[in-house]
Design a protein around this ligand. Structure first.
Ligand code: B1M
Length: 226
């Protein structure tokens, strides 16, 4: 009998092979794709909480996210068959002038792990590229990352441009080591997330989605005041 808690632990531990094997086993036993997905996203909530609490660090979070990605790829055709769709869609990118993408990639992985579809625009993304992606993909979230004090200005200018167009209700989340909640509020973002775990909790808060089993509003979350 498939044990979904074992699947969760395999993802938390970053054991890709076991995560895929347990996913296949659960599918073969007829466990619903939704229940399997819930076990996976719950595991990523736990990972996010541990990361925020400094109980694990970037390498552990990366291996967990990779295990999640592979297990998700296994589950995806069954989710599609069952008509289960991502709960939200996000566009994310590192802002113009900035080539740092490790943190942004982590946020993208964690969002995917939280059943948010992510369109990743990469690095050095201009305002025009963000606008084009918003017009094409109609996201619920727009994520901007900046790692340099110099590209904080670029972020401000991009958010200014985004505020001048019809975002279709999309909310703007910003993050990156040199930023804080005050800066996020000042440039007109909806929220700041201090790390990839917080990015999931903040996204859920902004979108009014249910908080996962391990998803608490831990440290690192800053809501920008408009
Ligand atoms: Co650069 N770099 N770098 N660098 N680099 C820093 C950022 C720096 C602090 C190093 C230093 O001087 N101590 C410094 C910035 C100083 C400043 O502006 N105050 C710096 C500099 C100066 C530079 C160059 C200018 C160096 C040069 O060429 N003279 C140059 C700039 C290039 C450019 O971007 N135009 C440069 C280049 C590079 C590399 C290409 C060599 C490489 C990047 C490789 C890559 O990303 N693919 C690199 C690296 C690796 C770093 C350090 C060492 C590590 C950054 C990192 O990946 N951290 C960094 C020093 C440091 O941090 N110790 C440094 C790990 C990552 C998981 O954390 O990115 O903070 P972080 O992401 C976190 C949170 O910030 C948050 O969640 C993530 C996960 O928890 N977060 C978000 C990030 N984005 C978010 C978005 C969200 C929410 C949360 O919502 C959308």
């Amino acid at each position: 009998m498939a044990d979904l808690s074992r699947l969760g632990v395999a993802i938390e531990d970053g054991d890709r092979d076991l995560a895929v094997e347990l996913t296949l086993g659960a599918i073969a036993e007829g466990i619903t794709p939704q229940a399997i997905l819930d076990a996976m996203t719950g595991a990523m909530d736990v990972v996010g909480d541990r990361f925020q609490a400094n109980l694990i660090f970037v390498p552990e979070m990366l291996v967990a996210a990779r295990a999640m990605k592979e297990a998700m790829a296994t589950l995806e055709p069954f989710l599609v068959q069952a008509g289960i769709r991502p709960e939200a869609r996000a566009v994310i990118g590192t802002v113009r002038g900035d080539l740092h993408d490790i943190g942004k990639n982590l946020v993208a992985m964690m969002w995917r792990g939280a059943n948010i579809e992510v369109i990743d625009l990469g690095v050095n993304v201009t305002a025009e590229q963000f606008v084009a992606a918003i017009e094409t993909h109609h996201p619920d979230l727009v994520g901007l990352s900046a790692l340099l004090t110099t590209t904080m200005a670029s972020m401000r200018s991009i958010v200014g441009t985004l505020r001048s167009i019809d975002l279709g209700g999309a909310r703007i989340i910003v993050g990156g080591a040199p930023l804080n909640a005050e800066f996020a509020a000042w440039i007109g973002a909806d929220a700041f997330a201090g790390d990839a775990g917080a990015a999931v909790a903040v996204a859920r808060q902004l979108l009014g989605l249910a908080t996962g089993p391990g998803g608490s509003n831990g440290p690192g979350i800053g809501r920008a005041v408009q």
